[in-house]
Design a protein around this ligand. Structure first.
Ligand code: AHR
Length: 307
């Protein structure tokens, strides 16, 4: 690594291996676990030495990890920013140290786009919009108001901001569709359950739950069942991700629709790490290919679903 220094300063590989420092958000969801596995497996496969750090959903831990990577003189830094704001200083430090940075999964709101080489991940606004479009079609013959509750992801995170935006913009033209409550469940099952319990207590008529990820939807299922309601029927459930447990709930008729968000970013990330390390130009934005699932298509896809 960093063969130009001649002293093995680039990480600890001690050979020509690229050293990649990767700061992961945490282990908050099934999606995140699948993403971590994908990154670790792809690094091994690509012959890249991975320095992996789990930030436990805290921005200060991610900043500390990135500073450690800079100090260790890794060849490339990649990270999935827990929130969108507040990265300029540390990204500037990486740039000054001439270490290329790759954003994976989530974006930052830095105005200076030269602080990172590329952003690899999903279009979260589109995921929110696709979720809304399914609902608009599903409720097109509804005569009265359709009351929606929304479980948001981690406050300040790109997927929470963008999914909320995409969904809200798409339903705006349908006055029947009303978001009556919206709160963060932090992308976790426990958060989804706790917030759904409050929603159910405060709102006698809930027709639809829009959860920003499968895990919060799965937590909410427990609260809905405990309240004596039938998930998927009394309350229609839309989620995002399409991890195995979510797909199972959809195939079982407990969820009604999932917009996919693919966690399998590892191979593309390793490819990009090699390219930026070699000084090659890479596209500024690489969008993940995704689909959507209904109860029927989930049944068909489940047997071969990898995660
Ligand atoms: O950033 C991607 C989101 O983060 C996933 O949708 C969610 O499950 C995860 O925690």
């Amino acid at each position: 690594a960093n063969s130009d220094t001649g002293d093995n300063a680039g990480g600890t590989a001690g050979d020509d291996k690229i050293v990649l420092g990767f700061s992961q958000v945490g282990a908050e969801s099934g999606w995140r676990t699948a993403n971590t596995t994908s990154v670790k497996e792809a690094a091994t496969e690509a012959g890249i030495e991975l320095k992996f750090d789990d930030a436990q959903q805290k921005q200060e831990n991610q900043i500390r990890a990135i500073r450690n990577f800079i100090q260790q003189k890794v060849d490339v830094i990649a990270f999935s920013p827990v929130v969108e704001s507040g990265w300029d200083t540390v990204l500037k430090e990486a740039k000054d140290a001439q270490i290329p940075v790759i954003l994976t999964d989530r974006a930052v709101d830095s105005a200076d786009k030269t602080l990172y080489k590329t952003f690899l991940g999903s279009d979260f606004v589109k995921e929110g919009r696709l979720s809304a479009e399914w609902l608009i079609e599903e409720t097109k013959s509804a005569t009265g108001p359709v009351n929606i509750v929304e479980l948001q992801g981690t406050t300040g995170s790109a997927p929470a901001n963008d999914r909320k935006k995409g969904f809200a913009e798409a339903i705006a033209a349908n006055p029947n569709l009303k978001i009556i409550a919206s709160q963060s469940g932090d992308f976790t099952r426990a958060g989804g359950k706790a917030v759904m319990e409050q929603f159910l207590k405060a709102n006698p008529k809930i027709d639809v739950l829009f959860a920003h990820n499968d895990d919060m939807g799965l937590g909410a299922l427990e609260a809905i069942t405990a309240a004596g309601k039938v998930p998927g029927k009394d309350i229609k459930i839309i989620t995002i991700d399409a991890v195995k447990d979510g797909m199972q709930a959809l195939a079982d008729g407990k969820f009604n629709f999932i917009a996919e968000c693919s966690p399998l970013l590892g191979p593309q990330l390793m490819d990009l790490a090699k390219k930026v390390h070699a000084g090659e130009e890479v596209p500024a934005r690489i969008e993940t290919e995704e689909t959507t699932f209904t109860q029927q298509t989930a049944k068909e896809a489940l047997p071969t679903r990898k995660y």
